[in-house]
Design a protein around this ligand. Structure first.
Ligand code: ADP
Ligand code: MG
Length: 697
């Protein structure tokens, strides 16, 4: 498609240098009043605005050769600015020689890329990365009058939508705004409550779904329809007010969570007899910044937030590295999962790395530059988001038009034949459309369960389609060992932490024991990651066990099926007047033997199932199989009986024996049925409790 040729294939990496904090608003010296600048930008960017090269000097040796990076854009917003006389408070370059890049210029550059491609039907993502207080929110959100990318995108999109006068073009815009806070996802467009509802995230075939687990029927719950700009703005402001922020030593309004502002829009264009339709998503992300406990001065919840932020950012960095190497990426946390649509490479992606010019931030700035450099290497293949049914119809319509043109140039007999062929083709095509629609619906319905199965496989590291019971059993054992190991490590960490806490108290509190406090932070970080690891292991254990149970139950079922088939064979021999069923009897005995073993295996698994809270469900499944077994036995005996009764040479004794056996089996079957029913009820209860517990969490 010619259209695809000018779609940027690769992340567009921009870096932006903020001003030095030399003065506070009240005029007193700022945090960086005595710092020297270690970042320089030079040349002219090949495309867009700004410089071509970013250089960073080592503050310990300013005369040494600097590290140099050629990103797509280097935006200098460090100095050389003044207030715009026409717009009080709006910063613009202070003269023709100034390198200063203001908010209008950033928008001209990024806005053009984003709007152009989004309106053509490509997903677009813009995300800002960098140390806390370096200007991520300033670029992405901004404030009056220096508005950033999000409010300007909303405005630009509605300029297009509201300004549309073409009756053949229709737009539909929806907004969602979510926050990832301590590795949980929350809807920012819900009125903020003390207990916020956690949302689930899953990626199905490259598309990310965010939904309320308590309201699975309404998978579009987070999306708010927006008919005009005012409505969109009021949603944006509401979401902004609901974000988790906290004053830290680095930023008085530090974002404590990552914010995703997503615009989803559909464009329908009537083209002759068919409608071209596509949906694209514009995802604008204001990440929380990396931070050091030492600089933020936070303790308690604030400190834990910082640890969660750093953890999710390093997971994101890890993801980028894996993508660059072409490795399989399993998204370890909510942030990378949410961004997987863009990180998967199917979005026009712009990254803005926010930099501090100050020498005190040298190490963090170097690591931000390294992250940006990795992002540059990420492979991207952007696809147009066409509606598959609409695309199919378009192809068929094209074919239709071609056929009609052919008809014009044919004789009457030929036409008749061609017409019939053509009708057949159309009927087949109709069916194709219907099938594809059906498949689409099925796909949507199955999306969640499919993704769960894949998730289990990814989490357990098992990718083969068919797994043997032995392999699963080995995995259960391995996970058990890992979990035990991890438990004892956690125990050790807890002991270390209490010791250190006592020691800090002894020394007179955190101020007096700086080294110990740093060590404590380290240990707490370890503990958090260990706890997460532990929880992940437990989940894996549960998932693997569930798979093993399924495999074991499947084994019993297969054996029972095989046994029933042999029983039928034996009955057939007898019905045909034969008496020699020795081969069948032997086979039956062997199968029964194997069944006993398989059932014992299942029984011994029951305890483990109880441990992971699936005891009742498993028990119910075993009893249901038992019931099936008893029913089959009754049937077998009754069939034998009727064959015997029908035959001329009745053996009264044998009939009686079978009658007795039949009655006993029937009683047993009734008992099994009752037990199975009761167990099923309990299992249902267990499931309900589980659902309730997880929704309260
Ligand atoms: P972050 O979101 O990275 O933590 P912010 O965007 O909140 O950082 O920026 C921290 C402070 O620096 C804010 O007061 C912001 O106004 C200021 N700032 C950041 N970038 C710029 C810039 N390019 N020009 C002027 N001020 C800036
Ligand atoms: Mg911020």
């Amino acid at each position: 498609m010619a259209d695809d040729d000018d779609v940027p294939q690769g992340v567009i990496v921009c870096v932006r240098l903020r001003p030095m904090f030399v003065k506070r608003p009240d005029g007193t010296p700022g945090r960086e009043a005595t710092c020297q600048r270690v970042v320089e930008m030079e040349g002219k960017a090949e495309k867009g605005v700004g410089c071509a090269v970013t250089k960073i000097y080592d503050p310990n040796d300013m005369s040494a050769e600097p590290r140099s990076y050629a990103f797509d854009r280097s935006w200098w917003s460090c100095d050389g600015s003044k207030d715009d006389p026409e717009r009080p408070g709006f910063r613009i370059p202070d003269g023709p020689d100034s390198k200063y890049v203001d908010q209008d210029m950033v928008w001209q550059d990024v806005g053009e890329i984003v709007m152009k491609n989004a309106l053509k039907g490509y997903n677009c993502t813009v995300f800002a990365y960098g140390q806390s207080g370096c200007g991520k929110s300033y670029s992405v959100v901004g404030d009056s009058p220096n508005w950033g990318i999000i409010p300007r995108t909303v405005k630009a999109l509605f300029d297009v939508v509201d300004g549309n006068t073409d009756p053949d073009v229709r737009y539909n815009v929806e907004i969602a705004m979510v926050e990832v806070y301590m590795d949980e996802v929350y809807d920012l467009l819900e009125p903020r409550k003390k207990e916020r509802q956690k949302l689930n995230v899953f990626n199905n075939k490259g598309e990310v779904f965010i939904y309320d687990p308590k309201d699975r029927k309404n998978m579009d719950k987070i999306w708010r329809a927006c008919s005009n700009h005012d409505k969109a703005e009021s949603f944006r402001k509401m979401g902004d007010a609901n974000r988790s922020i906290r004053a830290t030593g680095m930023n008085p309004e530090s974002s404590r969570g990552h914010t995703l502002f997503i615009l989803r829009f559909r464009k329908e264009v009537k083209r002759g007899g068919w409608v071209e339709e596509f949906r694209s998503k514009l995802c604008l992300v204001d990440l929380a910044g990396s931070e050091r406990a030492h600089d933020t001065g936070l303790t308690g919840v604030g400190l834990e937030e910082g640890i969660a932020i750093n953890q999710s950012l390093s997971a994101l960095g890890q993801c980028l590295v894996q993508l660059c190497k072409g490795e399989r990426v399993n998204h370890p946390d909510k942030l990378t999962k949410l961004l997987s649509e863009s990180l998967g490479g199917n979005a026009v992606t712009v990254m803005i790395a926010a930099l501090s010019p100050a020498d005190i931030n040298y190490n963090d700035t170097v690591s931000t530059l390294r992250f940006a450099d990795n992002a540059k290497k990420m492979p991207v293949k952007v696809k147009k988001q066409l509606d598959p049914t609409a695309e199919l119809i378009r192809q068929l319509q094209e074919e239709n038009a071609k056929l009609q043109a052919q008809l014009q140039s044919m004789g009457s007999e030929e036409i008749e034949k061609e017409r019939r062929d053509w009708e057949d083709k159309l009927a087949a095509a109709d069916k194709k459309v219907q099938d594809s629609q059906k498949a689409l619906e099925d796909m949507k319905a199955n999306a969640e369960s499919n993704s769960r199965v894949r998730m289990v496989r990814a989490k357990t590291g098992i990718v083969d389609e068919a797994l043997t019971v032995d392999e699963l059993e080995a995995k259960v054992k391995e996970l058990e060992d890992l979990k035990n190991n991890s438990d004892s490590k956690l125990e050790e960490l807890n002991i270390e932490i209490s010791k250190l806490q006592a020691r800090i108290q002894e020394l007179g509190g955190p101020e007096e024991a700086e080294k110990e406090q740093d060590e404590l932070v380290d240990l707490m970080r370890h503990k958090t990651s260990n706890q997460a690891h532990n929880a992940a292991l437990q989940e894996q254990q549960k998932d693997t066990l569930a798979m093993l149970m399924e495999a074991r139950l499947g084994e019993i079922e297969r054996l029972q099926d095989a046994r029933d088939a042999v029983r039928l064979e034996a009955l057939k021999v007898k019905k045909d007047g034969g008496t020699d069923t020795q081969a069948q009897e032997e086979c039956l005995a062997k199968l029964e033997e194997q069944l006993v073993l398989a059932r014992n295996d299942c029984e011994s698994m029951s305890e483990k199932a109880v441990e992971v809270g699936m005891g009742k469900i498993f028990r119910a499944a075993i009893l249901a199989l038992h019931r099936q077994d008893e029913d089959s036995k009754v049937q077998y005996l009754q069939d034998q009986l009727s064959i015997l009764q029908a035959s001329a040479d009745q053996d009264a004794a044998q009939v009686r024996r079978l009658e007795e056996e039949g009655a006993a089996a029937l009683a047993e079957a009734q008992k099994a049925a009752e037990e199975a029913k009761e167990a099923a009820e309990f299992a249902l209860q267990e499931k309900m409790e589980h659902v309730q517990a997880s929704s309260q969490r």
